[in-house]
Design a protein around this ligand. Structure first.
Ligand SMILES: NC(=O)C1=CN([C@@H]2O[C@H](COP(=O)(O)OP(=O)(O)OC[C@H]3O[C@@H](n4cnc5c(N)ncnc54)[C@H](O)[C@@H]3O)[C@@H](O)[C@H]2O)C=CC1
Ligand SMILES: CC(=O)[C@](C)(O)C(=O)O
Ligand SMILES: [Mg+2]
Ligand SMILES: [Mg+2]
Length: 347
């Protein structure tokens, strides 16, 4: 359906016009092989299964995530296989290894992409930066994308709660003439709330910008800056954490989610409104050059290169965990751990 987003009209796909029954009909003869069982793998595979699709999981035997898949109800030899066996059995291969991991498995996936199969991604990474990944799909398969706009953990949680996470979808290659109905059916099947169309390049550039920016990188940066200034001016960790993070996540962001920024503002004091309306523009102006540098680094393929380089190392998990530990052990997030314990609902 066509909807106005501000003054721009866009075409979006909802469950109303593409119900689950239609999605099941479109994919009734397909075997959907979910390759990789990290974060997106479980969310998408379990939602598809619960929605009545024919799903198998491919994962390295002997890995922790193999055990997780078994614990989630996937049965070895029936619905859970080694990666290559899943590639052979699937007619739709959902390539949900980490973006760096996809490079190593690509020769195996490629070998099993016989004509008419579909290759599915949840990120435009591998194909867009194929000068770095070597992922160049054969011409006689569909190449499609559904990118849930959030963590696989939320995708699953929201599905279980009867809600839906929004996803983008894209078609890179339509070899069968059915790529469009296949990709939309998969998007509905994995539990999307609604779907908006993009292409692989725009998906990867916006996604890499968003996660490095407001969603993850910039938010931590702005939290740290304010927390430090408060602490340097003699405020206690409790006060600094509450005024920087807790109030935002517990009180104000839920209001933004419900009804927008102006409505959150309107539910705060006129004192706060005056100050926020004065200060948001200086913050925008100070951070915009950083966002411009970030977008350029994404566009030039530098962010992809860094990610491939570091996440291809054999000890990449250990290294990431070390850096996460540093965040976790910072005073701000240690204060956060105590504050979370004090929430009445956690007692
Ligand atoms: N994490 C998320 O919620 C989101 C992820 N995506 C995209 O979905 C895809 C999958 O991402 P995640 O679930 O985060 O992946 P992940 O980092 O959790 O890894 C998925 C699986 O790949 C396996 N793996 C890694 N390297 C391997 C290798 N060399 N050989 C065999 N297996 C290997 C891991 O063991 C794991 O089971 C990526 O394209 C990502 O950009 C998109 C939206 C959100
Ligand atoms: C959750 C998501 O959509 C991210 C942040 O882009 C990702 O995990 O890559
Ligand atoms: Mg994303
Ligand atoms: Mg991402």
């Amino acid at each position: 359906m066509k909807l106005k987003f501000g003054t721009v009209e866009e075409d979006v796909v909802t469950r109303e016009e593409f119900p689950l029954e239609k999605a099941r009909e479109v994919l009734k003869d397909e075997v959907i092989a979910v390759l990789g069982y990290g974060v997106q793998g479980p969310g998408q595979a379990l939602n598809l299964k619960d929605n009545g699709f024919n799903v198998i999981v491919g994962q390295r035997k002997g890995s922790k995530t193999w055990d997780k898949a078994v614990a989630d109800g996937w049965v070895p030899g029936e619905t859970l296989f080694e990666l290559e066996e899943a590639c052979e059995k699937g007619t739709i291969l959902q390539f949900l290894l980490s973006d760096a991991g996809q490079i190593a498995l690509w020769p195996t996936v490629k070998k099993h992409l016989s004509p008419g199969k579909a290759l599915y991604f949840s990120h435009g990474f591998g194909v867009t930066y194929n000068d770095q990944t070597g992922i160049i799909p054969p011409k006689d398969v569909d190449v499609i994308l559904v990118a849930p706009k959030g963590s696989g953990t939320s995708l699953r949680r929201m599905f279980v709660e009867g809600r839906g996470l929004n996803s983008s979808f894209a078609i890179y290659q339509d070899a069968t003439g059915k790529a469009r109905e296949r990709v939309i059916a998969l998007g509905i099947g994995v539990g999307s709330g609604y779907l908006f169309e993009t292409d692989f390049y725009r998906e990867v550039t916006s996604d890499l910008t968003g996660e490095r920016g407001t969603l993850m990188g910039a938010i931590q940066g702005i939290f740290a800056a304010q927390y430090e200034v408060l602490r340097e001016n003699g405020h206690s960790p409790s006060e600094a954490f509450n005024e920087t993070v807790e109030e935002l996540t517990q009180s104000l962001m839920p209001l933004v989610a419900e009804n927008g920024m102006d409505w959150m503002y309107a539910n705060c004091s006129t004192t706060a409104q005056r100050g926020a309306l004065d200060w948001w523009k200086p913050f925008r102006d100070a951070s915009k050059p950083v966002f411009e540098d970030l977008y350029k680094s994404v566009k030039d393929g530098k962010e992809a290169a860094k990610s491939i380089e570091s996440n291809s190392k054999s000890d990449y998990r250990v290294k990431l965990e070390e850096e996460l530990k540093e965040l976790r052990e910072s005073e701000m997030w240690q204060a956060g751990a105590t504050v979370r314990k004090l929430r009445p609902e956690n007692n």
